[in-house]
Design a protein around this ligand. Structure first.
Ligand SMILES: Nc1ncnc2c1ncn2[C@@H]1O[C@H](COP(=O)(O)OP(=O)(O)OP(=O)(O)O)[C@@H](O)[C@H]1O
Ligand SMILES: [Mg+2]
Length: 198
């Protein structure tokens, strides 16, 4: 994967003088194919976590690509760079007590593992319906174009997707509805002590 030099000033602990009492908050990282349901679940999870009293930021792949990663393409190098930029921002938020929900395809395992190393409180969620279901849903009409050869390097069609080997949460969104998916993630956060005292 992309070899990104880590700046010497950048540490997981944060700058000297940052409040020691702030416990790193979780980063919920939703990975999966286009149309898997990442954004749909993130949009439901954010308000649920806020209702539990958490400060929450959602970093969605589509939004990130129009701002933080504007100009990046879909080569492996650019995809990895996109993931590492998201991880960097997620980590900054997390170490200041903000729970982060990331919804981004993030197709390469090595880049996700690098994100895990950077972040620490990393909760990987595999949003994993079968590819056929994503093609049938095709909410953005992208699979039709990709299958017609109109979009090069489309994940799952003409570009790789490496599923997580041991995600904290695995969701087949053809078997469970959005609310159940949210409940499973909330449970995983609860089990890891990320929701504080009830
Ligand atoms: N159980 C479910 N969970 C999530 N989405 C579901 C579920 N069942 C059906 N869907 C539908 O599947 C589609 C998922 O689209 P969504 O935009 O969330 O995918 P995505 O993973 O964010 O894709 P992309 O990577 O292209 O942004 C939506 O139309 C949603 O309504
Ligand atoms: Mg999305």
């Amino acid at each position: 994967m992309t070899n990104v030099a880590v700046d010497h000033e950048y540490t997981r602990e944060g700058p000297a003088g940052s409040p020691a009492s702030v416990r790193p908050a979780a980063v919920v990282w939703l990975t999966g194919l286009s149309g898997a349901g990442k954004s749909t679940i993130a949009d439901a999870l954010g308000p649920t976590l806020r209702a539990r009293g958490l400060a929450v930021e959602v970093l969605d792949g589509d939004v990130v690509r129009t701002h933080l990663s504007k100009g990046l393409g879909f080569s492996r190098e650019d995809r990895d760079l996109n993931v590492l930029r998201i991880a960097f921002v997620a980590h900054l938020l997390s170490r200041n007590g903000v729970t982060v929900v990331v919804s981004a395809i993030s197709p390469y395992r090595a880049a996700r593992e690098e994100a895990r190393r950077m972040i620490g409180a990393f909760v990987e969620v595999a949003v994993a319906p079968p590819l056929e279901a994503c093609i049938a849903r095709d909410p953005k009409g992208l699979y039709a174009k990709a299958l017609a050869g109109e979009i090069p390097a489309f994940t799952g069609v003409s570009d790789p997707y490496e599923p997580p080997l041991a995600p904290e949460v695995h969701l087949d969104t053809t078997q469970i509805d959005v609310q159940t998916a949210v409940d499973r993630i909330v449970l995983a956060l609860e089990e890891r002590g990320h929701l504080g005292a009830p």
